[in-house]
Write a protein that binds this ligand. Sequence first.
Ligand code: HEM
Ligand code: HEM
Length: 185
Amino acid sequence: MSDTAQKLSKTTVALHWVVGLMMIGLLAVGVYMEENEVYSLYPIHKSLGVLILLVVLPRVINRMRNGWPEPASQYTAIENILSRITHYLLIVGTLLMPISGVLMSAMGGRGVYVFGLELFGKNFDAVDPTKIAPINESLAGLAHSLHGWGGDILIVAIALHVIGAVKHHVIDKDGTLRRMLGKSI
Ligand code: HEM
Ligand code: HEM
């Protein structure tokens, strides 16, 4: 079944919540581990960050194929523009974060592992093999900046997105949130 104005497909609803909750978890762990230098969390963050691609890719393909769901009720023009911009930021961010994460780790020479399974090996310095050597320092640096800024922008976009969803449910009392919970409106 595809999305209609009255009901969203099970695929849309399932992909939204699986990806959305994983993204919130990865953003929280990412900020926490980096601010507090909790290096034991890095491998878990990186593993789940790679695995999320298995659901992000079908989600993005599904969205590109089917277009955005029609609004659940009559929104103002400003609301339509703001929600469209936010949805673009959210969907681009869900792709950009795992890709920039993989790129910065791989090009930084630190390797990419999924719960111990090597996807991209570590790169050791030729002179001092106890040290890690970047493979492409400028690409790793660019990916690192994208990962940091992307994370900050996403956190703001998610906050606006959730405030919007609560506003529709509590103030406008329309079916926007109920429809994303799989119900007909
Ligand atoms: C949806 C997936 C991901 C999200 C939402 C995410 C989010 C974040 C966030 C918010 C930070 C903190 C950035 C900061 O405070 O400046 C972070 C740090 C980090 N992430 Fe991710 N990440 C994801 C995937 C990945 C992947 C796939 C990798 C590597 C394979 C990765 C590796 C790292 C590393 C190494 C850091 C710490 C960087 C440092 O210490 O300078 N992340 N991530
Ligand atoms: C508790 C958190 C969340 C709530 C309550 C929520 C709620 C909603 C609701 C009600 C809609 C439908 C909007 C409409 O019909 O115009 C929606 C759509 C959407 N949400 Fe969320 N959301 C949450 C978290 C997230 C997160 C973390 C992301 C991505 C990082 C995300 C990405 C999207 C996208 C891209 C859409 C557009 C429709 C689609 O692609 O399926 N959401 N959300």
